[in-house]
Design a protein around this ligand. Structure first.
Ligand SMILES: Cc1ncc(C[n+]2csc(CCOP(=O)(O)OP(=O)(O)O)c2C)c(N)n1
Ligand code: SF4
Length: 291
């Protein structure tokens, strides 16, 4: 680790020009990530950024971290593989609401259960952006899209309650309408020693609705901190999360005050114990983990 080097957000911006639609909320998310990484102060070669497939999943390419734009819905299994192979890497995972809660929904619960020290950022625009505006699992009931001409008849997923229900130890929400707040939340998520989930209300300007855009969000957003919410209060967090889709709370819903040891650390400890006992070199983990 190079703790003495000072970084600026620009150090984490790659030379690749984003091809997102002008005004897409994801521009704000990547800018907040640059700021958070500068505050964390680790060099790009110690960071791995894993995504699925979607407009939002292009995000690793716009950073200077090692990146892998993987398979639709599979950011988390791959991120967990990376983290268990090298627990010393700072691992970020990201994708859209479709990627995370539709095709990849099953992985979210198991990633939470395993509790690897990974920060998972979902850019929740309540639509499939890349494939041109179909219903996503977080779309409202009644929403008319190219795949729901008569209005959606499905009950939407509440991502905040979903992850809290699985026992996620760090749950937050932000928006590019409050860039500094979002950067701070991402920084806190990275500093949290376990799996952290950050839902970002990142509007799609092309297929989204006027009431979901950044301008409308500015009117609507309410800081949990200003409301006096105690992030150690899990039951209250669950209560507040119920308002997903109606209110726009920003900040930390829940942060476990006793986070325990993350699974990547437990694996590392176990491998060190096995190495100390002269375990055979064929042990797959001991071949891949740093000594
Ligand atoms: C296995 C598989 N199924 C379906 C697709 C098609 N597909 C690509 S992106 C996407 C959804 C994109 O929506 P979301 O994940 O919410 O991200 P966004 O584009 O809105 O950022 C789908 C269905 C795919 N690439 N691979
Ligand atoms: S289609 Fe929507 S989500 Fe995709 S880049 Fe354009 S504005 Fe962003």
């Amino acid at each position: 680790m190079s703790a003495t080097i000072e970084f600026t957000p620009k150090d984490f911006k790659s030379s690749l020009k984003p091809i997102w639609c002008p005004g897409c909320g994801d521009f704000g998310v990547v800018t907040a990530i640059y700021k958070a990484l500068a505050a964390i102060g680790r060099p790009s070669h110690e960071i791995a950024f894993i995504s699925g497939i979607g407009c939002s999943s292009r995000i690793p390419g716009y950073t200077t971290a090692y990146g892998f734009n993987t398979i639709h819905g599979r950011a988390l299994p791959i991120a967990q593989g990376v983290k268990s192979a090298n627990p010393d890497l700072l691992v970020l995972a990201a994708g859209g609401d479709g990627d995370g809660f539709s095709i990849g929904g099953n992985h979210v619960g198991h990633a939470i259960r395993r509790n690897m020290d990974i920060t998972y950022i979902v850019m929740d625009n309540q639509i499939y952006g890349l494939t041109k505006g179909q219903l996503s699992p977080t779309s409202d009931q009644g929403r008319v899209t190219v795949s729901s001409q008569h209005g959606s008849m499905e009950t939407p997923v509440n991502p905040l309650r979903y992850v809290l229900g699985y026992g996620c130890k760090f749950v937050a929400q932000g928006t590019p309408a409050d860039m500094n707040g979002l950067a701070k939340i991402i920084e806190e998520g990275i500093r949290f020693p376990g799996f952290s989930f950050i839902n970002v209300q990142s509007p799609c300007v092309t297929y989204g609705r006027p009431q979901d855009q950044v301008k409308a969000q500015r009117e609507k957003m309410q800081s949990l901190e200003e409301l006096g919410h105690d992030p150690a209060n899990q039951l209250k967090a669950y209560d507040l999360a119920e308002d997903y889709g109606n209110k726009l709370y920003t900040g930390i819903f829940y942060k476990d005050p006793n986070p325990g040891t993350s699974m990547d650390r437990l694996i590392k400890q176990r491998v060190q114990e096995l190495n100390g006992k002269g375990a055979p070199k064929s042990d797959i983990l001991s071949r891949f983990l740093p000594k």
